[in-house]
Design a protein around this ligand. Structure first.
Ligand SMILES: Cc1cc2nc3c(=O)[nH]c(=O)nc-3n(C[C@H](O)[C@H](O)[C@H](O)COP(=O)(O)OP(=O)(O)OC[C@H]3O[C@@H](n4cnc5c(N)ncnc54)[C@H](O)[C@@H]3O)c2cc1C
Length: 565
């Protein structure tokens, strides 16, 4: 479906968010569907999302850019682990080269979206920063690339006596541009990717940096430069070298992840031994670098060229594993009775997860409650028509999945165009399908929000895969049609009162792509099976929360850490 004359308030596809995912989605969309109109609505005044927001010292990726970068645009820098400014420049260059920057409307936050089946359109309410004015736009498809966390503030646990501390207390998400920490004693609370980035970066000029952690994380040192990639570039040129390095690194990431999942004890031992080699003789490795969970149950932290270990060896940084009893005037008092003194405290305690850009969704007048929905192929929601979202991997580069699902999304549009459909709605055939949490991932920031997220089922296409290889099959190779994805054409687009609906297994057990007419009664019956119903009905309809054996047990085993990225 395309608009003949796109205007400012009506587009075919509305993308929410101008981060690396939203700009990637726009690229695929305009490449595969140049006739479609689209716009990107961005709440902030700048593009780049994560890579523009975070300004703390040392801010960098912890994935290599050959896999984090777009498939269609080679990463040309010599550093594989890149600083935020380089990633931001890369994302913005992509937008500028492809004219995507002209499609971004800044200061435009999508606050709600309501779907009308009759018109096959979303009406989207947009709040404009500064004025607070609200306007509406309409679109046939809504593609949410709003990331996964709140931009306004990060997560800080309640610390007893916080107000007693005399110095600044800073969250990395709101880093003061003028903070001078040269010669200061800095205490960083946390052990996630942000903490392990900050500590060596600040240790260069601070008097000393202490990383205070409740629970250790797995930390792996990797070279920041991929020597083979740089050699290949000279030999084969940018494009071919990028393709090969990307493939190599995808395989490496997946192999490490699989190894960790299959042989957790061996993986733990290897990581511990590698850490021990980089730390001073006699260092208490098991106290500070031996987490209580298995490798990759939470995201593994990467330290380029072992910078954290180098800072510890040089005596510029240290790690303390303990719990805070209270903040004091001079620092923090620990459960062990020890007091850590500091001039500046940094709370690298994580993010506040936020799903679907915090938009409130409704379909045909009924509010969509995310925990009552089930993720379809990890990119759409049960009962919510023409809505796709970009959520990437937690066990390898986020963006690897975004590329695959954008491609799948474009194929889905082409499929619908070819058959004259304007609506696609995922509906599970088995209403009693057991569901489980959206992510099987122990990180504290995910666990704190898990009950507010959609769920996943126990079978395809209701699984949210964390395997690139499996997603290549599902999203890249397999057909877009699925018995549990129902297509239709709305009356406003010319369908007769008896809507055209694809034959689906829901009723017939057939997966035939044949198109037939359904009686209004049958359609009404099927529509009433939507999980997005009135609150009372939704409660009756609520998905069973049975969990496949093993999952909940392993989830309970893990203690969510306070550390975030
Ligand atoms: C410090 C840090 C480092 C990271 N490093 C890595 C890494 O190395 N590798 C990796 O794979 N992942 C990493 N991640 C995860 C990272 O966030 C993602 O990989 C990726 O950058 C997310 O991109 P995105 O475009 O999906 O979301 P974001 O970058 O979060 O962008 C979302 C955009 O949507 C906008 N938005 C949100 N809601 C609305 C709304 N309602 N209306 C309008 N606009 C809206 C936001 O303002 C923002 O600009 C990191 C995360 C952090 C915080």
């Amino acid at each position: 479906m395309t608009s003949a004359a796109p205007d400012n308030t009506s587009v075919d596809v509305l993308i929410v968010g101008a981060g690396i995912s939203g700009i990637g989605a726009a690229y695929y969309l305009q490449r595969e569907h140049p006739q479609r109109s689209y716009a990107i609505l961005e709440a902030r005044g700048a593009s780049g999302g994560t890579w523009d927001l975070f300004r703390y010292p040392g801010i960098r990726s912890d994935s290599d850019l050959y896999t984090f970068g777009y498939e269609f645009k080679p990463w040309r820098d010599e550093q594989a682990i890149a600083s935020a400014d380089k990633i931001l420049a890369y994302v913005r260059e992509t937008a500028a080269e492809n004219g995507i920057d002209r499609k971004i409307r800044f200061h435009s936050k999508v606050v709600s979206a309501s779907w009308s089946s009759r018109d096959a359109r979303w009406t989207v309410e947009v709040q404009h920063a500064g004025t607070g004015e609200r306007t509406t736009m309409t679109c046939n498809w809504l593609f949410c690339a709003g990331g996964y966390y709140r931009y306004e503030e990060g997560f800080t646990p309640r610390f007893e006596g916080r107000e007693r501390f005399q110095g600044p207390i800073i969250h990395p998400q709101q880093w003061p541009a003028d903070l001078d920490y040269a010669g200061q004693r800095v205490l960083v609370i946390g052990s996630g990717a942000t903490a392990v980035t900050l500590v060596p970066a600040m240790a260069d000029t601070a008097a000393h940096v202490t990383m205070l952690q409740r629970t250790p994380s797995y930390i792996m040192a990797l070279p920041s430069e991929d020597k083979l990639a740089n050699r290949l570039r000279l030999l084969l040129g940018e494009d071919r070298a990028y393709k090969i390095t990307r493939r190599k690194n995808i395989i490496r990431q997946q192999a490490i992840w699989r190894f960790c999942q299959k042989y957790p004890t061996a993986a733990r031992r290897i990581i511990r031994n590698l850490n021990a080699k980089m730390l001073p003789d006699g260092y208490p490795v098991d106290e500070h670098f031996n987490p209580p969970y298995n490798p990759w149950d939470q995201r593994l932290c990467l330290v380029p060229n072992g910078d954290l270990f180098k800072a510890i060896r040089a005596g510029r940084a240290s790690v303390v594993t303990d719990r805070i009893t209270t903040f004091t005037e001079k620092g923090v008092l620990l459960e062990s009775g020890r007091e850590l003194e500091a001039d500046i405290i940094v709370t690298a305690t994580g993010l506040k997860v936020q799903a679907m850009g915090a938009m409130s969704l409704s379909a045909d007048g009924r509010p969509v409650s995310l925990p009552d929905t089930v993720a379809y192929k990890g990119m759409m929601l049960s009962g919510v028509p023409n809505f796709a979202y970009a959520a990437g991997y937690t066990n390898s580069s986020w963006t690897l999945k975004i590329g695959l699902l954008c491609e799948h999304f474009c194929r889905l549009l082409a499929y619908m165009d070819a058959r004259g459909y304007d609506t696609a709605r995922p509906e599970p055939a088995d209403r009693a399908m057991p569901t489980r949490p959206f992510l099987n991932f122990g990180a504290g920031y995910i666990q704190r929000a898990i009950d507010e997220l959609p769920r996943q089922g126990d079978r395809a296409p209701w699984l949210t895969s964390m395997s690139y290889a499996r997603d290549v099959k599902l999203l890249h190779r397999r057909p877009v049609q699925d018995p549990e994805l129902r297509f239709s054409q709305s009356q406003s687009n010319g369908a007769q009162p008896s809507l055209v609906t694809e034959t689906v297994a829901l009723w017939t057990g057939s997966t035939s792509p044949a198109v037939r007419r359904s009686s209004p009664a049958r359609l009404a019956a099927s529509a009433s099976s939507s999980p997005t119903r009135s609150p009372g009905e939704a409660a009756r309809w609520r998905w069973s929360t049975g969990t496949p054996s093993g999952w909940s047990a392993s989830a309970r085993r893990r203690e969510p850490s306070a550390a975030g990225r």
